[in-house]
Ligand binder design. Structure first.
Ligand SMILES: [Zn+2]
Length: 268
């Protein structure tokens, strides 16, 4: 039933008016949104406006929110569902925004019963059926076509969580094959880990090697921010992501380096 309801709630005609011109104008300059055609732009503005209606964006840690900040968060969070619909972001309500990276205390018993305690410093966090947590400094560093996008990363986790743990296996469309997705991602993940183990200085963020769920989230960031790199390194992953997100960012973004982006490829 779920896909049916998703379609039912996806009718753009029933959606709120698109994001206002004054809020959209600065966002239209973001390198990651360059290349969207008129229909895609309208849909993203509608999705972002509905996101702002449906979700509660809450400040934390002294963050001061304004309409421009809320709009930028909404637009970046909605880019992954531009080819889908907002039913894919159902089941949770709150976005918590810190001014910068935030600290999460962690603890774990090891095999011999010794408690280990440490702190993780995070730019974003996605809770299962709970809030999405973002650092505004990291959101500001996103969308510049430099390969980093905390909003897309955390939203990829949210999509992944729709069918269980964040294992890099989100609910696939009917026209996709689970076995194909699994084979392509497993092979790429193992290859990436092997390259890091061999000491290679990879252009892709080594954080992707943490676990399959992180590989999916990090490759989703690159898919939207720097699609040529995914096409170059793991072309089959690019194809699977294009079929999942129903978007082809490599076709719409100007060739790398994108205008406004700092080239980070090593010199030849
Ligand atoms: Zn992650």
């Amino acid at each position: 039933m779920l896909p049916f309801f998703r379609r039912l709630f996806a009718r753009p005609a029933a959606g709120p008016p698109p994001l206002a011109d004054r809020l959209w104008a600065p966002l239209a300059e973001l390198p990651i949104l360059v290349g969207l055609d008129a229909a895609e732009t309208l849909k993203l503005r509608q999705l972002a406006a509905r996101f702002l209606t449906d979700k509660l964006i809450e400040p934390a840690g002294g963050m001061v929110l304004d309409d421009g900040i809320r709009a930028r968060i909404a637009a970046l969070c909605c880019l992954p569902i531009l080819g889908l619909d907002d039913g894919w972001y159902a089941g949770w309500r709150t976005v918590i925004v810190y001014p910068g990276a935030f600290v999460r205390p962690r603890s774990q018993f090891d095999a011999i019963g010794v408690m280990h305690e440490w702190e993780d410093i995070l730019g974003g966090e996605a809770w299962e059926q709970g809030p999405l947590v973002l650092s505004w400094a990291d959101v500001e560093a996103s969308g510049l076509c430099e390969g980093y996008n905390v909003a897309i990363h955390e939203m990829a986790h949210k999509l992944d969580l729709l069918n269980g743990p964040p294992d890099g296996f989100p609910p696939l469309h009917r026209d996709m094959k689970r076995r194909e997705w699994s084979a392509v991602f497993s092979q790429a993940y193992q290859d990436f880990n092997a390259r890091l183990d061999a000491g290679e200085d990879t252009a892709l963020d080594p954080y992707a090697a943490q676990e399959p769920g992180e590989f999916f989230a990090v490759l989703s960031e690159y898919f939207f921010e720097w699609p040529e790199l995914v096409m170059l390194e793991y072309p089959e992953v690019y194809q699977q992501l294009a079929r999942f997100y129903r978007q082809d960012p490599a076709a719409r973004l100007p060739p790398y380096p994108h205008p406004g982006a700092e080239p980070v490829l090593p010199a030849p």
